[in-house]
Design a protein around this ligand. Structure first.
Ligand SMILES: [Zn+2]
Ligand SMILES: [Zn+2]
Length: 607
């Protein structure tokens, strides 16, 4: 067995650390990652190849284990599994029972931490990292960049100029892309793979699983599940498709590839009668799955990727097919057996969804088709790429009843913000356009008005009152302390003409941290002042965060799903907003832009 891929090793490192701290349920995949990592660490230390191989073999044996690991450990049958010897069996048992392994922790501490990060660089396995460490004293990524730039790496035996260049390029890529990607990006990349898989005649069913299916704002990798009785044909296509940078692993039922974009895609092929259970197993967040398993156990059942089985009978799987197969053909059926109504993937985050499903009290989540129009759109009048008419034509194509235009105000000079004259000119054009009835989509004349450092707005009330709506946003002075920032925003939303608060925290996912802010206080102030908080649907913002919406909406906060569109294509971002609204438990009635044009007009008039 070769050294596990560097990306995998990195992921297991992160998992190992998380588990050490927060003590969560560990499954066989997590433990296999740790074993692989031990193997790699031993290699870096120059241990003998047999010992190293033993860990990698044991990791593969665990990955391919068809039974519930907890049951095997309980019944002390680990050593019956080919590839797992006495010593490693003890370590696995300890991990299952205590979720810790002092041997592993000590081993990790004995190596410079930066060295492990080197394994994250495509093309660098254990052997190469060991050579870099021993021959050039390279202990971290910065050392490696330095050595590459000085040409030292090219001179090492087994490296060469080409390898040195590749290493440098990879480091740049990792730093640019980070280790996670936006949901929007991952979805775009995964879709064609899914479509092509579904066209293979060997494929009976294909689904996205994992965080991508839960619509998490960023994802670490893409998990695809396929139901098929001829896995080898499916794997053959998967590992030979175009766009692959590297095949990380190719097995009979599981393969991993890394795409040229840097994204890792894992494919698992599953027999048709286990598909629903596997889909559930690979979709739920760790915490959701722990609770679901706990529920199954309380009923004397065990739920794993192979189905739902009696707890004590896992050994005799063949006689227990009653609970797999037809009765468990859908996730709905599995949830039903567990006494729960169907939980949409977006909600499987352990945020109260299981208790709600038990009582039949899950929300009726908002859907894309509920959206009747959007606010927060820019045009060429400030920093948008399309003209007013182009934007409206695109909205009409989406069959929207209305479109809210809100270009930047004068203080956002970097975004070509408008002064009073230009603003009024635009308002004039919008009113005129509505009168011509050229488009079936009605246009609301608005503004994305800067919140100045003092909390005052960029225009006086005498100007704001002539608009249909005003979004107030922060675009500068991010580095205030929490108290000042909170007071600044509250002052802005207290303005009677502030209809909505734009991108609440200023965060840019994978790029810029949110500014310090007392969010609960701002939410309360918005409720008190009848100010909406937008759900900025730009894939890089998705702000306000989904984790906060459920409680805030219960308290009476209203939402508006705003694409912050700077072009006609950007209007599509509303879909990312709907995803996040669903993750936040929002229903149609919580969201302004699910209302008809007449109702929105009435709402804005009262304000
Ligand atoms: Zn903005
Ligand atoms: Zn904007």
């Amino acid at each position: 067995m070769c050294v596990p891929d560097s990306l995998e090793a990195h992921n297991s490192l992160q998992r190992g650390r998380t588990f050490g701290m927060v003590h969560k349920y560990m499954d066989k995949h997590d433990i296999a990652h740790i074993l692989d990592e031990i193997g790699t660490l031993l290699m870096l230390q120059g241990e003998n190849p047999f010992k190293i191989r033993a860990y990698h073999n044991a990791a593969r044996a665990l990955e391919n284990l068809e039974e519930d690991l907890a049951v095997v450990v309980k019944e002390k049958r680990l050593e019956d599994i080919p590839g797992i010897g006495e010593k490693i069996a003890l370590k696995i048992t300890m991990l299952v029972e205590t979720e810790r392994l002092p041997y592993y922790e000590k081993l990790k501490k004995s190596m410079p931490e930066g060295l492990l990060a080197l394994l994250n660089i495509p093309g660098l396995g254990g052997k190469k990292v060991k050579a870099l460490y021993e021959k050039l004293k390279i202990k971290k990524v910065e050392d490696l960049v330095d050595a590459c730039k000085k040409g030292k790496v090219a001179k090492l035996a087994g490296f060469g100029a080409k390898t040195q260049e590749n290493i440098l390029n990879s480091i740049v890529k990792i730093e640019t892309y980070g280790r996670r990607v936006l949901w929007w990006t991952a979805n775009r990349i995964a879709k064609p793979i899914l479509e092509q898989l579904s066209k293979l005649k060997e494929v009976k069913q294909v689904e996205i699983a994992g965080s991508l299916r839960r619509k998490l704002e960023t994802v670490g990798d893409v998990d695809i599940l396929v139901a098929s009785s001829s896995p080898s044909r499916v794997m053959e296509w998967f590992t030979k498709q175009s766009g692959i940078d590297k095949v990380l692993a190719k097995g009979p039922t599981k393969s991993s590839i890394r795409l040229k974009e840097g994204l890792q895609v894992d494919l698992r092929v599953i027999p048709e009668n286990q598909f629903a259970a596997a889909l559930m197993y690979f979709t739920g967040s760790k915490d959701h799955n722990i609770k679901i398993r706990g529920r199954a156990n309380a009923q004397g059942l065990t739920l794993n990727e192979y189905g739902l089985e009696p707890l004590t009978g896992a050994r005799k799987r063949k006689t227990m097919t009653k609970l797999t197969g037809k009765k468990l053909a859908t996730e709905e059926a599995v949830y039903k057996i567990l006494g729960l109504s169907y939980i949409p993937p977006e909600l499987r985050e352990d945020m109260g969804e299981i208790a709600a499903a038990e009582k039949g009290k899950l929300p009726t989540l908002v859907e894309e088709k509920d959206i009747k129009g959007v606010f927060h759109c820019h045009t060429t009048e400030s920093d948008g790429h399309n003209t007013l008419e182009e934007m409206v034509a695109a909205a009409q194509k989406l069959r929207w009843q209305y479109l809210g235009i809100s270009d930047h105000s004068k203080s956002s000079f970097q975004a070509n913000g408008m002064d009073e004259d230009r603003l009024f000119e635009q308002v004039g054009s919008i009113r005129k356009l509505n009168k011509t009835k050229k488009f079936s989509t009605y246009v609301f004349a608005g503004l994305e008005c800067d919140i100045l450092t003092s909390g005052k707005l960029d225009f006086p009330d005498s100007v704001l009152k002539k608009l249909d709506f005003v979004i107030v946003s922060i675009h500068r002075s991010f580095n205030l302390d929490e108290k000042t920032m909170t007071a600044r925003i509250i002052k802005a939303i207290e303005n009677p003409y502030a209809t909505m608060l734009g991108h609440l925290t200023g965060r840019l996912l994978l790029k810029r941290e949110p500014y310090p802010l007392n969010i609960p206080k701002v939410i309360d102030a918005c409720i008190a002042n009848h100010t909406i908080i937008e759900l900025n649907a730009h894939p890089m913002r998705l702000d306000m965060d989904w984790r906060l919406w459920h409680k805030a909406a219960d308290k009476g906060l209203k939402c508006s799903i705003n694409p912050d569109a700077h072009s006609t294509e950007d209007l599509q971002y509303y879909r990312a907003g709907v995803n996040i609204a669903r993750k936040g438990w929002l229903e149609r009635q919580d969201i302004l832009n699910t209302l008809s044009l007449a109702k929105v007009k009435a709402y804005l008039k009262i304000r």
